[in-house]
Design a protein around this ligand. Structure first.
Ligand code: APR
Length: 255
């Protein structure tokens, strides 16, 4: 009887592996279905196939951002104007904010960002496998995870229209760091014919600091089209947190 159970288990595992039902696939397709109830049942399968095709069988240091072009076509969703929230070194605050205030959306609130937030994946040359022990973020530039976030961030930024916002960290010396995806990818992909304004919410721990006037924010201003309406507010973190906890206060009244 024990032998029968063992054989059945091995057979089930093999069948699942052949169908590609890895834990990563289960997580990604599951998250996709959560967000696309009512869409064709094939929608998330197609998105998964486009995703896997970007990196399976490839050297995990040789997956450039363009590898995800097909995935972008399969699953990138347009969003309304005036809803974009960028963030840099403020991930948890930005996500806590959009979880309660539905007037703004981060990339991770969109379908693609939601499907892959917090996950790790890579393939290997000459293998059909999907792995989760992968090169670190900056170990090699063209790794599958980093390239995905660069590609998705470029599309997210290009899709921003109307008034956009960014939560940045006013408690560090360079809130606008050239290494960040916000500086190196998002700002460079703005569609200035669609974007009206960019409001920086510079979140500070110490309410007396005026980081908006600092050299780092000046360099952000220089990187933007001069015709874009730019404003920067020093906002104490406690004020943002208090706003998050008050359901009746709308986004723009939080700063
Ligand atoms: N190691 C591991 N992960 C990293 C690293 C690193 N050295 N650098 C960045 N990341 C990943 C992490 O997942 C981290 O939470 O990128 C995320 C954001 O890093 P930040 O420096 O805080 O912000 P930034 O690089 O500006 O990216 C955020 O890009 O994802 C888009 O729309 C999103 O506006 C947002 C921006």
């Amino acid at each position: 009887c024990a032998l029968l159970v063992a054989v059945t288990l091995v057979a089930a595992l093999l069948a699942a592996t052949i169908r590609g039902a890895t834990p990563l696939r289960t997580a990604v397709v599951g998250r996709c279905r959560e967000r696309t109830a009512g869409a064709s049942p094939d929608y998330c399968e197609d998105a998964w196939n486009a995703f896997a095709a970007a990196f399976v069988g490839k050297d995990p240091c040789n997956v450039p951002p363009e590898s995800y072009d097909r995935l972008m076509e399969a699953a990138f969703q347009k969003r309304p104007c005036n809803t974009t929230l960028f963030w840099s070194k403020t991930k948890s605050l930005a996500h806590a904010f959009t979880e309660k205030k539905r007037c703004l959306l981060t990339l991770e609130d969109t379908l693609l960002g939601y499907m892959l937030d917090g996950l790790t994946w890579c393939g290997q040359n000459g293998s059909n496998g999907i792995f989760t022990e992968c090169p670190c973020w900056s170990c090699c530039p063209d790794n599958p995870v980093r390239s995905f976030w660069i590609r998705a961030s470029a599309a997210f930024a290009a899709g921003a229209c109307g008034d956009a916002y960014a939560f940045m960290n006013g408690s560090i010396s360079s809130p606008f760091s050239s290494e960040s995806i916000f500086a190196s990818t998002e700002v460079k992909n703005f569609n200035y014919s669609a974007l009206n304004s960019l409001t920086i919410v510079l979140v500070t721990r110490d309410s007396s600091t005026d980081a908006c006037d600092g050299a780092s924010m000046k360099s952000l201003q220089r990187a933007l089209d001069p015709a874009l309406k730019y404003s920067c507010r020093n906002v104490p973190q406690a004020r943002v947190e208090s706003c998050i906890s008050q359901p009746d206060v709308t986004c723009s009244n939080c700063w």
